[in-house]
Design a protein around this ligand. Structure first.
Ligand SMILES: CC(C)(COP(=O)(O)OP(=O)(O)OC[C@H]1O[C@@H](n2cnc3c(N)ncnc32)[C@H](O[C@H]2O[C@H](COP(=O)(O)OP(=O)(O)OP(=O)(O)O)[C@@H](O)[C@H]2O)[C@@H]1O)[C@@H](O)C(=O)NCCC(=O)NCCS
Ligand SMILES: Nc1ncnc2[nH]cnc12
Length: 322
């Protein structure tokens, strides 16, 4: 099977940078770029819609993606140089991550487009570096295990112990509802990506649907499963239940791989806009799914990337900007 090179968007590797650093960092960057490119999406920003947001659009995401791009290569390099010491990685990656967090906010004039993605993919890059082995192709389970090793104890340290004095949205939601959000997801080694995102993406690629549709199929599977604190923060437990149940119903209809599923995704997108709900955590996990897929296989098949998705371009788009 012929395939496109993995990183047609990436320029040649900078002189002096290790090949593994470049490959891992670029796979993570590709994850955030492909995620925002998908249309339609429930409540999220797409190339044709601001979704449920009033302060960000595609160009805000381009600005912040460019601002944080080098972070993933730096996190990969940290992982690669700490293969024997996963416990040391989190503090190092966080120092780098906080720097790029500031750059992200500076690029968007304070709008939070991808802070969650920066954290999730910074850790993915570090984990992939940690378990990199020149002799073998990258195995998703090893990256998941390395993510868990790097973040072991993070829920206890950052959520359990702050229960009496919560400050951030994640801490407050853990206090109120016991949900562990992004910290629970990384400490458990990305279970939503392993059990939902990757299998759905692989199933769609096997059917050789267009890349947009394959990514949308994976996103819906993720949204049905994730404990997304972004949705919980804005919509409460009812909002999260609404989003997960609608996504689960769409999965039962065949997800983005069937006409009925696609029609329902368009209605779901409209309903999320009406309720001001946006599964930003699910979007981040789609970006991680893409990065892991690229690390494992190196590419998307040409049959998938060379086709144009009529389901996204036909007719009025949900939440489409006038
Ligand atoms: C650990 C931190 C990154 C975050 O700590 P915090 O306590 O703030 O954690 P949470 O609020 O629980 O979650 C943070 C973001 O994680 C994403 N997320 C949520 N649930 C999940 C999940 N189940 N799995 C994976 N990811 C999840 C989500 O990010 C996305 O949503 C953001 C947009 O939200 P939105 O509501 O639209 O915008 P806001 O401005 O926030 O609200 P409005 O005013 O508009 O209503 C966007 O970022 C998405 O990416 C959660 O928001 C942090 O403490 C930390 O350590 N930061 C340092 C950086 C770092 O360490 N990096 C290391 C690697 S580089
Ligand atoms: N496409 C998107 N729209 C809104 N929030 C997001 N967070 C990550 N990706 C997002």
């Amino acid at each position: 099977m012929s395939s496109l090179a993995v990183l047609p968007i990436a320029p040649p590797r900078p002189e002096g940078m290790e090949p593994a650093t470049w490959t891992i960092g670029s796979a993570c960057l590709t994850g955030i770029l492909l995620e925002v490119s998908v249309h339609p999406k429930p409540g999220l920003v797409t190339p044709r819609s601001m979704g449920a947001h009033r302060d960000m659009d595609l160009q805000t995401f381009m600005l912040t993606s460019a601002a944080i791009a080098p972070c993933f290569h730096r996190c990969a390099a940290i992982g690669l140089s700490h293969a024997d010491d996963p416990a040391a990685v989190l503090a190092l990656v966080r120092t780098v991550g906080r720097d790029y967090d500031r750059r992200l906010l500076a690029a968007s004039n304070g709008v939070n487009t991808q802070r969650g993605a920066l954290f999730a993919l910074g850790l993915t890059a570090a984990a992939a570096g940690l378990c990199h082995d020149d002799r073998r192709p990258m195995c998703p389970d090893r990256v998941f295990a390395a993510t868990a090793a790097i973040t072991r104890g993070i829920v206890e340290r950052e959520l359990e112990t702050r229960r009496r004095d919560p400050v951030t949205a994640g801490e407050i939601l853990f206090d109120r509802h016991g949900v562990t959000g992004i910290r629970g997801e990384v400490e458990a080694g990305f279970p939503t990506v392993a059990a939902h995102g990757l299998p759905a993406l692989r199933a769609a690629l096997t059917q050789e649907v267009e890349l947009n549709r394959a990514l949308l199929h994976a996103l819906i599977a993720i949204v049905a499963a994730a404990e997304d604190t972004t949705v919980l923060w804005r919509g409460g437990p009812e909002g999260l239940a609404f989003v997960r149940e609608r996504a689960a119903r769409i999965c039962d209809l065949g997800g983005a791989l069937t006409g009925r599923g696609l029609a329902e995704i368009h209605r779901f997108a409209d309903d999320c806009v009406a309720r001001r709900l946006s599964p930003g955590g699910g979007a981040d996990l789609l970006a991680v799914t893409v990065a892991i897929h690229l690390l494992e296989t190196g590419s998307f098949p040409a049959q998938v990337t060379s086709r144009f998705d009529m389901s996204a371009s036909n007719g009025p788009a949900p939440g489409e900007n006038p």
